[in-house]
Each structure stands twice: as C-alpha cells, then as structure tokens.
Design a protein around this ligand. Structure first.
Ligand code: SAM
Length: 479
C-alpha cells in the first residue's frame, strides 16, 4: 500500500491547491485498515491537516464535468466544460476517430443530460466508478486507465469490506450469509434498508451497464473474455457501493440540494481518516466555496479541508481521527463494517418486545398510545430508558387514562408510576438479558471454531454492549 499512497500523493500534488501537513503519514493495521498518524512534531488547534481541491474530488458535479470531456453535447452551465459553439461534422468525425482509441467517447456520448440529471449521487457516482475502475481496463486490455486510478487504487478490497451485513445479504459470493440470523433486530432492519437501496440503485443503472458490457465486451477478438457476467457486474457494483458508502463525506451538492442522501463528496487522502466516538474534540471538516476567476473553468463544489480540533496531537504515531457522527455499534456495523468496544452511543431498540408485551386482543393499549403518538420506537441507552417506554408501560399496567395523560403533559412525575411498573420492567429487562446472553454464548462458541472471525467478533461486541446497558438498568431498578 505504501507505494500506492506515494502514487496518490504525487497525483494530488500536481494541483497547486493541494496541501498536506508535513508531519503526517499513513499507517495500516489489520483491525482498522489505513489511517493517518502523526510522524513528528505536533499538530494543534485549527492547523490544516490536509486540503484537497475541488477538481480532485469525486462527486455529482465533478463526474458530470468529466463525462462532458467525452460527451460534447452535455452542457450544464457552470458545471460541465465551457465549450465554444461546436461544428457538428467535425465533431462526429473526431468522436469516431477517438472512439477507436477510448470507448468513453462513444459511451459517454450516449448519456443524455436528462438521464444523468435524473440519477441520484449514489447512482451516478457508483455507475461512473464501475465504468472507470473496472469496465474500461477490461474492455481496453489494460491499455486505457482512468485519470482517477491513483484514487481507486487505495480503496479497500471486497475482502476488507466483508463485515458489512448488507454485503452478506446482497453479494451472491459472500461467505457470511449464514451470519444474518445472528444479527440483532436493529441491525437486521438497517441491513434490509441498505440492501433495498443497493437493489434500487442497481435497477436504475444496470440497464446501461449491461448493454455496454454486451457491446464492448463483444468487440474483443478474444472470445467473450472481455465481458463480465451479470453476476460479476452486480458483485462489482456492490463493492463500489460500499466503498462509496463507507468513505463519503457530507458536502452540499448544488444540483442535488433537495435530495439529502445525494449531498456527499469523495475526498482522496481525507478518506483515510478513521472514526472516533468523541465528538467535537478531534479533527473537523470545512468546505470552502469555489472562487471563480475570469475565464476559468470551475470543476466541482469547493476545496475540502480537514483541520485539527481541540485535541493536541503530539505523540509520535498517534492516530488522527474524525468523528463520523454519534453512532451506535448497530449503525457503524451496517454503514461502515466496524464496531467500537464500549461505544457510548450504543442503544437498544426494544420496540418489538414491548409491543409483543402490551398489544392486547382488544387493542386498547395500542389505541391509546397511537392517539397520543407513543406507539413504537422504544429504546434504552446507557443512561436512560426512553420516556416513550415509560408512557407505554404506565398505561399498560395501570390503564389510568387520566393520570397517564397528565404524565405525558408533565404534571405527574415518574415517581408516581415507578413502583407500579417496576416489576414488569424488571421482568422484561431480565428476559432480554437472558436472550442476549444465550446468543452471546452461541457466538462465542462459534468464534472459537473459526479462523477468520472478525464478522463474528463484531456481533459479539454488539451483544456485549446490549448486556452492559441492560445490566446497568437492572442495577438501578434494584437500588
Ligand atoms: C473512511 S474509511 C477510513 C480509512 C480506512 N481505514 C481505509 O483503510 O481506507 C472508513 C473505514 O475505515 C474503517 N474504520 C474507520 N474507523 C474505524 C474504527 N474506529 N475501528 C475500526 N475500523 C474503522 C472501517 O472499515 C470503515 O469502513
């Protein structure tokens, strides 16, 4: 990887707008992959760690710009190449000549402005990466590579992404499909939602990808060898999808402001930063708008800079971190494929268990809770049992509409209901603890029989986190 990082830096340094602190470097570990570390000296508050020009980022705008290098009719003022009026005949001859050398002239010219603008960021970025990183080298017998190759080459392999549950579910080649049954309910729901998005996005772009694969893969003289099978293409798409999902950084995309999941950019080198649970302490991102000088072609959305937060980095080899958000282990596992021991943002979603307990035949409890907007979404974190759980149990146990309403309105405190609901609550927490302890021991036994157990270890960490939360509240109830 060291050589690939050097190539990446050489590529980035071609832009005089790229800056990198002289005292950082890349480290690599089997648990966290690549990360940025301090190599000497110190880095203090507001120091710039790395700053990447707009033109070196991959996002909805820069991709449209690059496609317009090949598709001369793609014209979106301020985003695509600012062209002089074109002579159509010359243009066709030029395109035909170039198409022999680089298939992108022909292919990207097939993409209409309407089609491109109708795609979400995820769809356009994954489509573009799939073509540039995988299809182009295959079709051209490794003669033509994308300009983004130095960036692509430092991304994780599919094997490195193996602990993401939606990959176990979507990728027909995944060896971890059997682990799905051990996913906690929250993770299972999250996995199902992401799997749905993967399939939806594939549905949208696959028509063009499969068609191009047919046409260009068949031009070869080496019998079909340049064609991917549709399963291979889908696997590659899944790989690309999770590279994007685990590395994208929030950034406003002017063409996609209304579609919040589309507001992201991929930023080389910045995407080596690993996550830390503490928020507002470590490094932080800044996006400065593009300044346009006269006659200059503007590419992209703005310079992306990472600065040092309050934490002083002054230990050699100390890792520089970014906080990806206040995320629980269920969230981190599903979006990024890792978990953190003792993650303070962990919580437990016990909606299914509470609903099973309180949903009586007459639907009396459900009707009351629905009417007051307290049906479902019942969670517990390290410090609190959610107010919603108290409302639900208070009504389930007492059926005292008047007093529960007053509790909802804040006129009656928890102290009135606590003695009434404590045995039901305790029973529930005890049974959940027993359930998770059983799953934990099954997983622990399984893990000892497996060579490569990262995926199982992650699940074990999640269940240990749940048991810790439950034990804490049981102790509180006992005291
Ligand atoms: C934005 S990338 C960070 C760079 C990444 N380590 C690499 O090798 O390229 C996010 C990925 O890094 C890994 N990662 C980030 N923070 C981590 C952490 N605290 N513990 C374990 N893995 C982490 C996960 O694989 C995650 O999907």
């Amino acid at each position: 990887m060291e050589g690939k990082v050097d190539v990446l830096l050489t590529w980035l340094k071609k832009s005089d707008k790229f800056y990198i602190a002289p005292n950082i470097s890349i480290c690599e570990s089997p648990e966290t992959g690549r990360g940025i570390v301090l190599s000497h000296g110190s880095i203090r508050k507001n120091d710039i760690i790395v700053s990447v020009p707009s033109s070196k980022q991959l996002n909805f705008h820069t991709i449209l710009y690059h496609i317009s290098k090949f598709n001369k009719e793609l014209n979106i003022p301020g985003i695509t190449i600012d062209r002089k009026p074109i002579n159509y005949e010359d243009n066709i001859i030029e395109a035909e000549n170039k198409a022999w050398a680089d298939p992108r002239y022909g292919l990207y010219s097939e993409l209409s402005k309407e089609f491109l603008l109708s795609l979400s960021s995820f769809q356009l970025v994954s489509f573009y990466i799939l073509v540039e990183n995988f299809l182009l080298p295959k079709w051209t017998h490794n003669e033509i590579y994308s300009d983004w190759k130095p960036f692509f080459d430092v991304w994780p392999s599919m094997e490195e992404l193996r602990s993401i549950p939606a990959i176990w579910n979507c990728d027909p080649n995944s060896r971890y499909h059997s682990l799905i049954e051990y996913l906690p309910a929250a993770s299972r729901k999250h996995m199902a939602r992401i799997s749905g998005l993967v399939r939806e996005d594939w549905e949208t772009i696959s028509e063009v990808v499969l068609k191009w694969n047919e046409i260009y893969g068949s031009l070869s003289c080496t019998k079909n060898s340049d064609k991917f099978t549709s399963d291979e293409l889908f696997s590659l798409f899944v790989h690309v999808y999770f590279i994007i999902n685990s590395r994208c950084l929030y950034a406003k995309i002017p063409l996609k402001i209304e579609d919040s999941p589309s507001n992201f950019t991929l930023v080389p080198y910045v995407d080596f930063m690993n996550h830390i649970c503490e928020s507002d302490l470590h490094c932080y991102p800044q996006l400065s708008p593009q300044l346009r000088s006269e006659g200059e072609n503007i590419i992209g959305i703005g310079q992306f800079t990472i600065r040092c937060g309050d934490h002083l980095y002054d230990n050699i080899n100390e890792e520089l971190f970014l906080n990806y958000g206040a995320h629980s282990n269920d969230f981190l596992l599903n979006e990024y494929g890792f978990v953190v021991d003792g993650n303070k943002w962990n919580y437990l979603d016990i909606s299914d268990e509470i609903i099973e307990l309180i949903d009586d035949d007459k639907k009396e409890v459900k009707t009351f809770l629905l009417e007051h907007d307290y049906w479902g979404d019942y969670t517990i974190n390290e410090t609190d049992i959610s107010y919603r759980i108290f409302v639900a149990l208070n009504y389930y146990v007492t059926r005292d509409e008047r007093r529960v309403r007053k509790f909802i309105e804040g006129y009656i405190s928890e102290d009135y209901f606590k003695p009434k609901i404590s045995s039901v609550l305790k029973e529930l927490l005890v049974s959940l603890t027993a359930k998770y302890t059983k799953t934990l021991s099954e997983l622990t036994e399984k893990v000892s029989n497996l060579e490569n157990n990262l995926c199982l270890q992650n699940l074990i960490t999640i269940y240990k986190g749940y048991i810790k939360i439950l034990t804490q509240h049981l102790q509180d109830l006992q005291s």
